[in-house]
Design a protein around this ligand. Structure first.
Ligand code: ADP
Ligand code: MG
Length: 358
C-alpha cells in the first residue's frame, strides 16, 4: 500500500435530521480537517450514528450541507462517496475466507487479479494477518475478525474512514491494543477518520480532536487535552473525566466560594449557574496558610484504595464534598485517614469556573 497520504476535509454545515417531531440531529456544524482523526463522543441516543450515517450517505439530512473536499455530497449515494467503513456489527462474510473478505471491495471496484492480490496482501500485513489469508472467518477470534474488518475498510485506500464503535464488542485488553493499532494505521495512511464512541477514555486516547454530542447537538469540539483541562461547561466536565463541583457566586469580577474569593480561570462558555470544577488529581494536601493555592478545609470521610491510586472523599461541610486522588505510594509520605481534618490546595490555573450548559 502506498504511503502517499490521501485524505480530504469534511465540512458539515447546519445539518438537521428529524424523525417525526424528534430532532436526532439539531443544526450540527463541524469542520474536520484533511487527515484529522476526529471522534464523535456522546452517550447513547445523542445522535452519533445518525451523523456518521449522514456522512456515509445512508441517512439524508432534512436540511444542511455535507461537503468532502469542498464537494457537496448530500445527494450522492453511499457507493459514490469513496468511504471506508467499519462498524461493530458490520459483518464479515462467513462463507468466504480472510483473503476473499478483504478482496471484496476491490472486486466491486473492478481491480485486476494481480492488483487485488497485492493490495490485500499489504492491507493484511498492516493488521498482521498476512499469514492467515486462507483461514475461514469462523476460525478467527473476535479480535482477528475486527482486524479483518479494518483491513477490508482500508484496502481500497479511501480518503475517509468512518468507524462506529468498532471495538465495543471486544474485551478491555484487546480493545486497548486495537485502539493503538488503529492510531498507528491512521498515522501511516493519513486518511481522515471519523470515529464514534461512547467511551471517553477511548476518545481521549485516539483522537486529534473530539466533538462531544448530546441531544443531537455538538456541545464542544476540542483537543483531548483542552476538553479535559478546559471543559466549556458542566455537562462536558461531567462527561469527560471525573470531577467534583462546588457552587460559586460571581461578583466584583471574581468567583466566590462562600465568602472566599477564588483565584480562578473562567471558561469561555456561558456562566449561568456557575460552579467550580475540581479534577481529583489536581487537589493536594497542604498546610494551613499555604501560599499560591486556593484553600479548602474539610474532614476525610472515606479513603478508597484503587490500586495505583487512592481516592479520598472530603467533606467540606454545608453539604459539600470533593474527591481527591493521590498516588498509592507517594514519596511525600502517608495519606490522612478517615476523620482527619485536612486542608486542600488547588492551583489557580486548575481552578476552573464553568456554567451549567452551552
Ligand atoms: P447514538 O448513535 O448516539 O446512540 P443515534 O444517532 O443512533 O444515537 O440516535 C439518535 C436518536 O435518534 C435516538 O433517540 C434514536 O432513537 C433516534 N433515531 C435514530 N434513527 C432513527 C430512525 N430511523 N427512526 C426514528 N428514530 C431514530
Ligand atoms: Mg450509535
Amino acid at each position: 500500500m502506498s504511503d502517499t497520504k490521501l485524505s480530504t476535509s469534511i465540512d458539515i454545515e447546519n445539518v438537521t435530521k428529524t424523525y417525526g417531531s424528534f430532532a436526532a440531529l439539531d443544526n450540527v456544524s463541524l469542520n474536520i480537517r484533511s487527515g484529522e482523526f476526529l471522534s464523535l463522543l456522546g452517550s447513547s441516543g445523542s445522535g452519533k450514528t445518525t451523523l456518521l450515517m449522514a456522512l456515509a450517505g445512508f441517512v439524508r439530512p432534512d436540511a444542511g450541507s455535507v461537503r468532502f473536499g469542498g464537494r457537496e455530497m448530500v445527494f450522492e449515494p453511499p457507493h459514490k462517496r469513496d468511504l471506508g467503513m467499519m462498524f461493530q456489527n458490520y459483518a464479515l462474510f462467513p462463507h468466504m475466507n480472510v483473503f476473499q473478505n478483504v478482496a471484496y471491495p476491490l472486486k466491486l471496484r473492478g481491480y485486476s487479479r494481480e492488483e487485488i492480490r497485492k493490495r490485500v496482501g499489504e492491507a493484511l500485513a498492516m493488521v498482521e494477518l498476512d499469514k492467515l489469508v486462507e483461514r475461514r472467518i469462523d476460525e478467527m477470534s473476535g479480535g482477528q475478525r475486527q482486524r479483518i474488518a479494518l483491513a477490508r475498510a482500508i484496502v481500497f485506500e479511501p480518503k475517509i474512514l468512518l468507524m462506529d464503535e468498532p471495538l465495543s464488542a471486544l474485551d478491555k485488553r484487546l480493545r486497548e491494543t486495537m485502539q493503538l493499532e488503529i492510531r498507528r494505521l491512521h498515522e501511516r495512511l493519513g486518511m481522515t477518520v471519523v470515529y464514534v464512541t461512547h467511551d471517553q477514555r477511548e476518545a481521549l486516547t485516539m483522537s486529534d480532536r473530539i466533538a462531544v454530542m448530546s441531544q443531537g447537538r455538538i456541545q464542544q469540539v476540542d483537543t483531548p487535552e483542552n476538553l479535559y483541562e478546559r471543559p466549556a461547561n458542566r455537562f462536558i466536565a461531567e462527561f469527560v473525566g471525573e470531577s467534583s463541583f462546588l457552587p460559586v457566586s460571581l461578583r466584583e469580577g471574581k468567583a466566590w466560594h462562600r465568602d472566599q474569593p477564588l483565584n480562578a480561570v473562567f471558561s469561555n462558555g456561558k456562566l449561568g449557574n456557575p460552579h467550580l470544577v475540581i479534577r481529583p488529581e489536581k487537589l493536594q494536601f497542604v498546610d494551613e496558610g499555604a501560599q499560591g493555592f486556593n484553600l479548602f478545609r474539610g474532614q476525610v470521610q472515606d479513603v478508597i484504595y484503587q490500586g495505583e491510586s487512592q481516592l479520598l472523599q472530603i467533606d467540606l461541610g454545608q453539604g459539600e464534598q470533593v474527591s481527591i486522588r493521590r498516588p498509592s505510594r507517594s514519596s511525600s509520605g502517608g495519606l490522612p485517614s478517615r476523620g482527619d481534618a485536612v486542608v486542600l490546595g488547588l492551583h489557580p490555573q486548575d481552578c476552573l469556573i464553568v456554567g451549567e450548559s452551552a
